[in-house]
Design a protein around this ligand. Structure first.
Ligand code: SF4
Length: 420
């Protein structure tokens, strides 16, 4: 294990170094951080009570995590009442098996941004089943065509400069594009239009799910989410159990807090979806599948989340709203983008990596990259104490001997303990 572990750490450090030396990444990140801070300041000035709302939401999220089993059952009952289907999947395999049953070879699948779907490695698995998958969020579309992975939980292509996007689109679409952002956004719109119309299945994540009505909340700005969830015959929602909140009002609270902390005064769109489309306009007889999807499926994913909930220190990570504020304020992230992590990044990413995607070995280098500066906690709407979690994680890593060679001396000096 020692050699493999050191190789993994070596690859990780090499990726960090390459990213830090990449002028495109530095340029794109510096532009993004500056614009994020400016927009967030404007949103907070206009809605100064958002911090008070975030405090209320913290209580809602804590309550929801401690009552997750009953709330998940409530979601399932409500969704099924409204002619939808809902499963509570313990594992990624279970979730994938269910989703696999909803598609056929040859299906065009359009996706709205869903980081939870990455836990399932959904795109390659759907492709293995013979589907053609299109990411429709502009950032995800760029990432998919680059053959890369998301580099920010909210803005996946944050590290890609307009110059690089122009090169990529020119190659993918077979004509030259200038590095002009409105032109590039227009090109993606034109390319994806027909995919929306061809798609049999639309897959989205969820920003929140209200248990009392089984309603999925989706925040969007590009308009792609509405097309993904409205045009195909089937809509599948994939959401971690931590997205469940008790009431519709709580869901709205999530919308408000996420939007402002994610630097938007108000998102262009908020969709509330509680079932397949239907009509009763002919003789009051209800038929499912009017203008929107005929089928609505909700996959609630556990994938070790219940295990996290049992731990009072790690549980707080599940309050995370994926607003991305912590990454912009991190001391490391703006230098190296999402190479500071795997699927989930930054200090909090180390904890998610341990539980949701890569296990302890993959979490280790991320945990040792964190400087414990605490800026993330300061800017986090959910006041998640990342340094506290990182210290706990490092101590667990030390117990298992998962301490990278180059920091062993420091760890032994600080703890006064000789590592195995
Ligand atoms: S940890 Fe906090 S700041 Fe970071 S994405 Fe989650 S909610 Fe936002």
């Amino acid at each position: 294990m020692g050699e493999n572990f050191e190789r993994l750490v070596g690859d990780y450090l090499q990726a960090l170094w390459d990213a830090a030396m990449d002028d495109h990444i530095r340029l794109a990140l510096s532009r993004a951080v500056e614009s994020f801070r400016r927009n967030r300041a404007a949103a907070f000035k206009l809605y100064p009570w958002v911090e008070e709302k975030a405090e209320r939401l913290r209580e809602v999220k804590d309550y929801s995590l401690l009552h997750v089993d009953e709330l998940a059952r409530e979601v399932k009952d409500r969704v099924e009442d409204l002619h939808g289907n809902c499963i509570i999947a313990e594992t990624v395999e279970e979730a994938m098996e269910y989703i696999g049953d909803q598609v056929k070879p040859g299906d065009v699948v359009v996706k709205a941004k869903s980081i939870t779907s990455e836990e399932l490695h959904l795109n390659p698995r759907l492709e293995e089943l013979g589907c053609k998958v299109y990411e429709t969020d502009l950032g995800e579309f760029i990432i998919q065509n680059l053959g890369s992975r998301p580099m920010h939980i909210l803005s996946p292509a944050i590290h890609v400069s307009r110059e690089r996007v122009a090169e990529l689109f020119s190659k993918v679409m077979g004509r030259e594009f200038p590095p002009d952002i409105p032109t590039l956004a227009g090109a993606a719109r034109e390319f994806l239009r027909e995919k929306f119309l061809e798609a049999k299945v639309g897959i989205s994540g969820a920003n929140a799910i209200a248990a009392e009505t089984g309603t999925t909340f989706l925040i969007g700005n590009e308009g792609n989410t509405r097309l993904v969830t409205g045009l195909p015959e089937k809509h599948i929602v994939i959401a971690g159990l931590e997205k469940i909140v008790p009431t519709l009002q709580d869901g709205m609270l999530v919308v408000e807090v996420v939007s402002r902390y994610a630097n938007y005064k108000a998102p262009a769109y908020v969709s509330l979806i509680s079932g397949p489309s239907k009509t009763g306009d002919i003789e009051k007889q209800i038929v499912y599948g009017a203008h929107g999807p005929r089928e609505y499926h909700v996959v609630l994913l556990d994938n070790h989340r219940r295990e996290m909930i049992k731990d009072p220190v790690y549980r707080q990570a599940l309050r995370c709203l994926r607003c991305g504020a912590c990454l912009y304020e991190c001391t490391i992230y703006p230098l190296v983008a999402g190479y500071y992590g795997y699927l989930y990044m930054g200090g909090i990413g180390a904890v998610f990596t341990k539980y949701l995607i890569g296990g302890m070995e993959n979490a280790a280098p991320i945990a040792y990259t964190c400087t414990l500066c605490g800026r993330c906690k300061e800017y986090c709407p959910m006041k998640i104490d990342v340094p506290e979690m990182i210290l706990k994680l490092r101590s667990e890593l030390a117990e298992r001997g998962l301490v990278p060679e180059r920091v062993r001396g420091n760890v032994e000096e600080i703890t006064g303990r000789k590592l195995e």
